[in-house]
Ligand binder design. Structure first.
Ligand SMILES: *[C@@H]1O[C@H](CO)[C@@H](O)[C@H](O)[C@H]1NC(C)=O
Ligand SMILES: *[C@@H]1O[C@H](CO)[C@@H](O)[C@H](O)[C@H]1NC(C)=O
Ligand SMILES: *[C@@H]1O[C@H](CO)[C@@H](O)[C@H](O)[C@H]1NC(C)=O
Ligand SMILES: *[C@@H]1O[C@H](CO)[C@@H](O)[C@H](O)[C@H]1NC(C)=O
Length: 276
């Protein structure tokens, strides 16, 4: 059995019963249902040939036409560290080309950008707002560091890359006019900055970094496995972290409840992946 077909099975067994909250947004805590949906997505992506090579030339052309910067694992450090602290980077994180929601988010993002550029009374403001795109499928280091488990996202980045805010469906509908208003009226600042345990600077950030460097080491042996597979591990680390916390606080009511939910979930059969 090829590694790429084995991994989702392992993931499903490991993850289906567990809970995770990637961006520590209380309102959007992922449920076990969310996790099995994610695993299901991962599974379908493998079955449906998710590792199809990206047409880089077509991507570069489309970026240029929309006036977008392409953010990659290789350039993001330079791009963000050289930007001014008051620059706002608005980055659309997209999945594969056929993903309808990613497509809608790219269009939303491009529409917001062109609305902003065409309003001359906003020129000063527009100059400090930069638009970029990030491919979740190919740029796994950044996607892992930001613990992004399910594209698409719009990420609002300030403080030269240090402050991150995430918006995703259904909270941010795919509507270019709406995103334009969110930017011009500053509504994006209502999103809480990501400061959870796994965020850069958080107390569990070392797990994410260790994961990235381990994979960079392993990559030489797994050159044929699709890179985005490795994105799934941060969910696992969060889940394990939560189990450890629950154990450490076992006198605590909330933790007891969490353990109860986890053990109930563990008894359930993992969702059967859809054979194509
Ligand atoms: C340009 O922006 C200003 C300030 O937000 C707004 O009042 C005006 O309606 C906008 N113009 C267009 C054509 O959208
Ligand atoms: C983007 O703009 C085009 C042209 O104005 C419009 O037809 C389309 O619905 C818009 N899409 C989104 C997602 O805002
Ligand atoms: C998009 O958002 C704008 C501004 O909030 C709103 O007026 C418009 O009806 C929305 N369009 C759709 C298709 O929902
Ligand atoms: C994270 O930010 C929120 C405000 O958005 C704040 O209330 C909270 O205390 C912060 N948590 C940490 C661990 O810094």
């Amino acid at each position: 059995m090829r590694l790429s077909s084995l991994v989702p099975v392992l993931l499903c067994t490991a993850l289906c019963p567990l809970k995770s909250s990637a961006h520590q947004d209380a309102a959007e805590t992922q449920s076990s249902a969310g996790i099995s949906r994610l695993v299901n997505n991962v599974w379908q992506t493998v079955i449906n040939g998710g590792s199809k090579p990206v047409d880089l030339a077509a991507r570069a052309k489309s970026d240029a036409e929309a006036g977008m910067a392409r953010i990659t694992d290789d350039n993001y450090d330079t791009i963000f560290s050289q930007s001014r602290p008051d620059d706002l980077w608005v980055v659309a994180v997209h999945g594969r080309e056929e993903d309808v929601m990613s497509h809608a988010y790219l269009e939303t993002h491009a529409n917001a950008s062109s609305l902003l550029k065409t309003n001359v009374s906003l020129t000063d403001k527009a100059e400090r707002i930069k638009f970029g795109r990030l491919d979740w499928m190919t740029d796994w280091v950044l996607s892992t560091r930001w613990v992004m488990t399910k594209p698409p996202y719009v990420v609002f980045i300030t403080d030269s890359g240090k402050t991150l805010r995430f918006a995703s469906p259904p909270r941010l509908p795919a509507n270019g006019t709406l995103l334009y208003t969110v930017l011009t009226e500053g509504y994006w600042t209502n999103l809480p900055p990501w400061n959870g345990s796994l965020s850069p600077g958080g107390d569990l950030a070392y797990l994410v970094e260790a994961y990235i460097s381990t994979h960079q080491y392993l990559a030489q042996y797994t050159a044929h496995a699709p890179k985005w597979i490795w994105l799934a591990l941060p969910i696992l680390t969060t889940a394990i972290g939560q189990q450890i916390m629950a154990w450490l606080h076992s006198g605590d009511d909330g933790a007891q409840r969490q353990r109860y939910v986890a053990s109930k979930g563990a008894g359930a059969a993992p969702e059967k992946p859809k054979a194509q």
